[in-house]
Ligand binder design. Structure first.
Ligand SMILES: C[S@@+](CC[C@H](N)C(=O)[O-])C[C@H]1O[C@@H](n2cnc3c(N)ncnc32)[C@H](O)[C@@H]1O
Length: 235
């Protein structure tokens, strides 16, 4: 690639890492809630207040609708959380992991390194002292240093609004395969914004059995449950 092309490629890569949907502040009233310094919810019989900082950390420091719908789904108790060993990927503010812990799971809440201080502060502020022992916050960039996490070491893998960057689809799938035990349940809350997002679901279906179990019409969020398919030789 020549220097000009290389430059263009780098620019595009940086944009795709940073922007979920590029928009100008306050140009879309529906998105103005992302600019509030906090967001409040009541889940698991507790009032939760999550700090937000769009300007400083962008997508990782606001609560996305997918996280809210995932928490609503967890509260329906269709999925057993008590005593489960869970991990949340791309946790952002950590709402989903916090609610999973409040509902009885032991949760590792993960995101990329730049998001971790903000995430840890939110987790600490929203968990009562007696629940803090059931949560660990740690770095997990999809596809990187996966050996730090036990292969097949989780009963439940959670992800809210983590399917949006095409560049990450392969490492994300690799991460899901690494973390899920043969009996693990994967729960993804997805906003399908672009055609390409469905490509990830097609990739997922090559390795997991996938079922849509919930749809929030108002927020346009789909919840998918998935289990690892047996290795091809066993089919
Ligand atoms: C749209 S936000 C969703 C945040 C949160 N789950 C929610 O729904 O409120 C996407 C999250 O994925 C994380 N993320 C993006 N690329 C990642 C990668 N390659 N590895 C790990 N996390 C990543 C971002 O830091 C961000 O926290």
């Amino acid at each position: 690639m020549d220097a000009k092309g290389d430059n263009k490629h780098q620019k595009r890569a940086v944009m795709s890492r940073m922007a979920l949907v590029p928009y100008v502040e306050s140009s879309l009233p529906a998105l103005s809630k992302l600019h509030s310094s906090s967001a409040q919810f009541r889940f698991a019989n507790r009032d939760l207040r999550l700090s937000q900082d769009w300007k400083k950390l962008g997508v990782a420091a606001v609560v996305w609708d997918a996280a809210i719908v995932m928490c609503m789904y967890l509260e329906l108790r269709k999925v057993e959380l008590k005593g489960k060993v869970a991990i949340e990927l791309g946790a952002g503010t950590g709402l989903v992991g916090i609610v999973a812990a409040l509902l009885g799971a032991k949760v590792t809440i993960t995101d990329r390194e730049p998001a971790l201080d903000f995430l840890s502060a939110n987790v600490k502020a929203n968990l009562p002292p007696d629940s803090r022992g059931s949560v660990t916050v740690s770095e997990l960039t999809w596809g990187e240093s996966l050996e730090l996490y036990p292969a097949g070491g989780f009963d439940l893998v959670l992800g809210a609004d983590i399917v949006y960057l095409e560049d990450t689809f392969v490492p994300l799938l690799q991460t899901l395969e690494h973390l899920c035990s043969d009996t693990a349940l994967l729960l993804l809350a997805c906003k399908i914004r672009y055609e390409r997002d469905t490509n990830f679901l097609s990739m997922l279906k090559q390795r997991f059995s996938v079922e849509e179990v919930y749809y929030d019409k108002q927020r346009d969020i789909h919840i998918y449950k998935a289990w690892k398919l047996p290795p091809r030789g066993d089919l």
